[in-house]
Design a protein around this ligand. Structure first.
Ligand code: ADP
Ligand code: MG
Ligand code: MG
Length: 207
């Protein structure tokens, strides 16, 4: 069931994963950015993981609060983008209940739309969109084939990993890495890496 308690488990799991990978994310950002993606995400997710789910009547309420917390605690591009992602999720996961593949696909799609509205990145621009967009497509495909919620998230996680790997060969066109132009090629995007971890965490915790 997707309840405030389930969402809280997911957020706590992702926070732990981010802490484990913080150095790796910061090292990736050192190659093509300003070496703070791991610390940015760790600061934000530590604040989110500390939220008590008790006062929130629903999954949506906690998702909304998580989004606002990320926007307010993370300086840098990733805070508003991840914040918007969770805020948009809360508009689709409105009521608690058993998730379907369609609901999860719609939720991820809404999160992606929010990130694109805010950051204007397209697929191929070497950003976290390159991990999330294929994940949305994979989840939609499972929903169209009448697959389960668990299958939708498992396929989404696989697709996100592939999308993350594909950023290595891309030239950055958004964010700090775009200042490097062609020299951004050959490096994995830090935001795509943290996004792939987010989808994998969802696959473990939400179905
Ligand atoms: P900053 O670049 O401000 O230091 P972070 O290092 O925390 O912020 O995050 C960098 C990541 O944010 C990049 O690796 C990229 O994936 C993502 N990003 C940056 N700008 C955009 C954008 N306009 N749209 C989508 N993602 C973006
Ligand atoms: Mg940075
Ligand atoms: Mg920065």
């Amino acid at each position: 069931e997707i309840s405030a308690a389930t969402v809280s488990e997911w957020l706590k799991n992702y926070s732990a994963v981010i802490s484990e990978h913080a150095n790796e994310l910061t090292d990736l950002d050192r190659q093509i950015g300003d070496a703070d993606h791991g610390s940015n995400m760790a600061r934000g997710m530590t604040a989110v993981a500390a939220l008590d789910p008790e006062p929130f009547a629903s999954a949506a309420g906690l998702l909304k609060k998580a989004g606002m917390t990320l926007v307010s605690t993370v300086g840098g591009a990733s805070g508003p983008l991840y914040g918007t992602f969770f805020l948009r999720l809360s508009t689709v996961i409105k009521t608690d209940g058993e998730p379907t593949a369609q609901l999860l696909a719609d939720a991820l799609d809404a999160g992606l739309a929010g990130i694109v509205a805010r950051g204007k990145a397209e697929v191929g621009d070497k950003t976290l969109v390159d991990a999330l967009s294929p994940a949305v497509d994979a989840a939609k495909q499972v929903a169209a084939d009448d697959g389960s919620a668990a299958e939708a998230l498992a396929k989404a996680a696989e697709a996100a990993n592939e999308g993350r790997d594909a950023t290595i060969e891309m030239v950055a066109r958004r964010g700090r890495a775009s200042y490097l132009g062609e020299r951004s090629k050959g490096h994995q995007d830090p935001g795509a890496t943290s996004m792939a971890l987010l989808v994998a965490s969802a696959a473990r915790c939400l179905s």
